[in-house]
Every structure is written in structure tokens, then in C-alpha cells.
Design a protein around this ligand. Structure first.
Ligand code: NAD
Length: 258
């Protein structure tokens, strides 16, 4: 399979979890990959390289607009173009609105929302020149519905769904599409922290905490896998998805159907 051969994809936050799975999924279709994130980058790079594509790494902090500008410039310089932009980097913090630390609010809005504006802002001119591009914003079910204790995350994810619609509309007559993917629970390091906190708070095992977490929101009772999300991203990058524009596509075990 090589439907993305010759394209370059930047996946923010691709050193673990959903971002790494999407990077591997795109690489399996032949796309060269710019990796970003603070996790185990050598392992991530090796896993993507094993797909037979060119890989590079940029350590931009997605909360810093100047570093984001450099990330886009370096990607275009290294590979000659930036065709597929996956805005995936994200963090979480849970607390009620009155207890929410202001610095955590600012970081979540910066990393989970504003970074997608800055990457798109700098990547769109090149995509327009080539009249082809795919921007996929990894939102969440929390871009569609709320949950207690997650004010900053829910605000950022609702915001990124809005940004997705505007970016899609502004480019609707071009070969550039912009869509959001809205996953339910996926067992990644970001969610494992919430499982650990629940196990400790309720004095239950890791397995019991996982079951409790997933079954209270997700009717299927099963986690979504990073590979399933990668397959959706690959579809959205392909020719059959050229008229999918401005969608907020949930893959959530039924969470938002309730
Ligand atoms: P993860 O913790 O495995 O991955 C997050 C990635 O972002 C890592 O590579 C991390 O190093 C990177 N990152 C964090 N802060 C960064 C920064 N300042 N600059 C650059 N990179 C940074 O988590 P994940 O679950 O794979 O999350 C990926 C995305 O999916 C996030 O946007 C998250 O909100 C979203 N999401 C996750 C779930 C879930 O259940 N896991 C559900 C819905 C949406």
C-alpha cells in the first residue's frame, strides 16, 4: 500500500499513544514523517523508520508559538513540503472549576487548542500553493459533550472542533480538507494516569479501575485502539475522503450516541 507515497506528514505529539499509531499508519502508506513530542523519541523513530520511509524529529514545545513556527519551517525544508498535518499533542488535568490551577488552564488551552491554530496558520500557505493538504485535528468526545472535572480540556476540545469547521470552510473550494477525530477512551499514557488515580482513590486494582472508567461512559465497554484511530486518519487522507470537510468524526464505543 502506498497511497501517500511522496507526501510528508507532521504528527505533533507522536512519541507515544494515538500520535505514534497515526504516524505509523501514515508511514505504512508511504508518507515521510516528522516526529514531535517529549516521549521516547528513539523508539518512536525506529518504529516509523521500519515502515521504509524517511523520518526526522523536531522537539518543538507545542505551547510555544515561536517553536511551532520553526517546526513547520524545518519540516518544509527537510522534506520539501508539508502535506498532512495531524494536530495531536495534548495534555490533561482534572479538577473542579473552582480548584483548577490557572497555570494548568493556560497550558491545556495552549497545547490542546492554540497549537493547532499556529501549525495550521503556518502550514496552509504551502498547502495552498500545491492545492493539496490534509489537516486532521485530534479532538475528543469532549469536543462534543462535557464531563465534570475537565473544564480546560472540554473547552479546548470544543474550541478545536470550531477551528476545524472554519479551516474546512475557508478551504472548501481547494484540495485541502480539515476534519476532527473525536475518540472516546483510548488506553494511552494520558488515560493510564487517570486509571492510576482512580485505583488509588477507590482502593481498587488497575484492572477494576480500567473497567470502571470505560464502562461508565462507553456503552461498548471496550477501549478504542490507537490503531483503529490511525485507520480513520489514513482514510481521511485518501482520495475517497476528499469531500469529507469540517467533520467531527467520533469513534467512541457509543459514548456520544447516548
Ligand atoms: P499521550 O500522552 O500518549 O500522547 C501525548 C503526546 O503529546 C506525547 O507524544 C507527548 O510527548 C506530547 N506532548 C505533550 N505536551 C507536549 C508539548 N508541550 N509539546 C509537544 N508535545 C507534547 O496521549 P494520547 O492519549 O495519545 O493523546 C493524544 C491526543 O489524543 C491528545 O490530543 C488527547 O487529548 C487526544 N485524546 C485522547 C484520548 C484518550 O482516551 N487517550 C481520547 C480522546 C482524545
Amino acid at each position: 500500500m502506498s497511497q501517500l507515497k511522496g507526501k510528508t506528514a507532521l504528527v505533533t505529539g507522536s512519541t507515544s499513544g494515538i500520535g505514534l499509531a497515526i504516524a505509523i499508519g501514515l508511514a505504512k502508506q508511504g508518507a515521510n514523517i516528522m516526529v514531535n513530542g517529549f516521549g521516547e523519541k528513539d523508539a518512536a523513530i525506529a518504529a516509523i523508520k521500519a515502515c521504509g520511509v524517511e523520518v526526522d524529529y523536531h522537539g518543538a514545545d507545542m505551547s510555544k508559538p515561536v517553536e511551532i513556527e520553526d517546526l513547520i519551517a524545518q519540516t518544509e525544508k527537510r522534506f520539501g513540503s508539508l502535506d498532512i498535518l495531524i494536530n495531536n499533542a495534548g495534555i490533561q488535568h482534572t479538577a473542579s472549576v473552582e480548584d483548577f490551577p490557572a497555570d494548568k488552564w493556560e497550558s491545556i488551552i495552549a497545547i490542546n487548542l492554540s497549537s493547532a491554530f499556529y501549525t495550521s496558520h503556518h502550514a496552509l500557505p504551502g498547502m495552498k500553493r500545491r492545492n493539496w493538504g490534509r489537516i486532521i485535528n485530534i479532538a475528543s468526545v469532549h469536543g462534543l459533550v462535557g464531563s465534570i472535572q475537565k473544564s480546560a480540556y472540554v473547552a479546548a476540545k470544543h474550541g478545536i472542533v470550531g477551528l476545524t469547521k472554519v479551516t474546512a470552510l475557508e478551504n472548501a473550494k481547494t484540495g485541502i480538507t480539515c476534519n476532527a477525530i473525536c475518540p472516546g477512551w483510548v488506553l494511552t499514557p494520558l488515560v493510564q494516569k487517570q486509571v492510576d488515580a482512580r485505583a488509588e482513590r477507590e482502593g481498587i486494582s488497575n484492572e477494576a479501575a480500567k473497567d470502571a472508567l470505560v464502562s461508565e461512559k462507553q456503552p461498548s465497554g471496550s477501549f478504542v485502539s490507537p490503531e483503529q484511530l490511525a485507520a480513520l486518519a489514513v482514510f481521511l487522507c485518501g482520495p475517497d475522503a476528499s469531500e469529507v470537510r469540517g467533520a467531527a468524526w467520533n469513534m467512541d464505543g457509543g459514548w456520544t450516541a447516548q
